[in-house]
Design a protein around this ligand. Structure first.
Ligand code: GTP
Ligand code: MG
Ligand code: NA
Length: 343
């Protein structure tokens, strides 16, 4: 239908950075969840995904900009591991996204996987925002729960502001050494050439409104073409998982198009192409993490962009990181099989 064709899909945002900079904790802070504390050793070892509806983003950003117009239905955020051994997952995440958040610990500055992530993003010309996280660790920081960052900074003592400025200047210099111009976002007059830094705390929420609003406003302003919904299904397999009661399932990111129950699909399998029929389309509740076991919502159809758990027969040998294709009635099955195995 015409309306659907003209509408924007949700931007896909990947969150990347060095281990323990607070990527998962930032998402927990926005979701109101506690995923990070449930992780083995506090380390993310899988790609995660969470859908944030526009109305939740609206609520979280209204103090900062009460009149902001959100044109996208929401934001789909992909969480990636920062541990050095998961570079394949960082690469997979960065390949999927329209925009990214590069998280840097304000107390540590740039670290090896910050630079690795930065280079992955640059390779694909992906726009990103730097979240300079853990501002609450500055000595003497006064908590200002969930406040816009300028409001929180106005309440800090002179010494805190001096330390804040010193650390941010240091990080800007470190980025400069990597050939990248950065500036704190509200001083950035050359968006596009100069990358923006948003100071945040994942523990007390300062700067979270700024981060969310900036992400949404910037994507809907500069990426209209990329975010225009198209019918053709574009879908990537994140994980292949056995779920009690559901058998082998695949977690996917639907980048574009619509998936329906009963769709005939072809996936890349380690032992050849897998042709099967979608038995059910499950999503986590909005603001819940796909990789955490929980209750799922059943859908007849799901429109992009979304994270979905698909149940179907024969998925045991599906290969994570490859594309999933829908076999349209007019498509030659042999051709579809070939395309599926090209990944
Ligand atoms: P990996 O996914 O394993 O790479 O780590 P991560 O970047 O997701 O970091 P994670 O959310 O696991 O946080 C690492 C540690 O830093 C945890 O102990 C968090 O509680 C802590 N932390 C994260 N963000 C903040 C913050 O803003 N302030 C403070 N004080 N601690 C934080
Ligand atoms: Mg994490
Ligand atoms: Na961690």
């Amino acid at each position: 239908n015409e309306v659907a064709k003209e509408s924007l899909r949700s931007p896909i945002c990947c969150i990347m950075g060095h281990v323990d900079t607070g990527k998962t904790k930032l998402l927990d802070c926005i979701r109101g969840t506690n995923v990070q504390e449930g992780e083995a050793g506090g380390i993310t070892q899988q790609i995660g995904a969470t859908y944030f509806p526009a109305e939740n983003i609206r609520e979280r950003t209204k103090e900062l900009r009460p009149d902001a117009k959100l044109k996208v239905p929401g934001l789909l955020v992909i969480d990636t591991p920062g541990h050095e051994s998961f570079s394949n997952l960082r690469s997979r995440g960065s390949n999927l996204c329209d925009i990214a958040i590069l998280v840097v610990d304000i107390m540590h500055g740039l670290e090896p996987q910050t630079i690795e992530s930065l280079n992955l993003l640059r390779k694909r010309n992906t726009e990103f925002i730097v979240a300079l996280n853990k501002v609450d660790r500055l000595y003497g920081w006064k908590t200002c729960k969930n406040a816009p960052i300028e409001k929180a900074l106005a309440l800090q003592s002179k010494d805190v502001v001096i330390e804040f400025n010193m650390r941010i200047t240091h990080v800007i210099t470190q980025f400069k050494e990597q050939g990248l111009n950065t500036e704190i976002y509200y001083k950035n007059k050359e968006m596009g050439d100069t990358f923006s830094i948003v100071p945040t705390s994942a523990i007390s929420g300062e700067g979270i409104p700024d981060l969310l609003l900036y992400l949404v406003m910037w994507s809907q302003k500069t990426m209209v073409e990329k975010l225009t919904f198209v019918d053709k299904v574009q879908c990537t397999v994140l994980e292949v998982k056995v779920i009690p009661g559901h058998g082998t399932t695949i977690d996917v990111i639907l980048v574009n198009g619509v998936l329906h129950e009963g769709d005939q699909i072809v996936a890349c399998g380690s032992q050849g192409p897998i042709i099967t029929t979608v038995r059910s389309l499950l999503t986590p509740h909005p603001m819940k993490e796909l990789r955490v076991k929980g209750t799922y919502l059943h859908h007849r159809e799901v429109k992009a962009a979304q994270c979905i758990k698909i149940t179907a027969q024969g998925l045991e040998h599906a290969v994570a990181g490859t594309s999933l294709h829908v076999i349209e009635p007019d498509v030659d099955i042999e051709e579809a099989k070939k395309t599926a195995m090209e990944d």
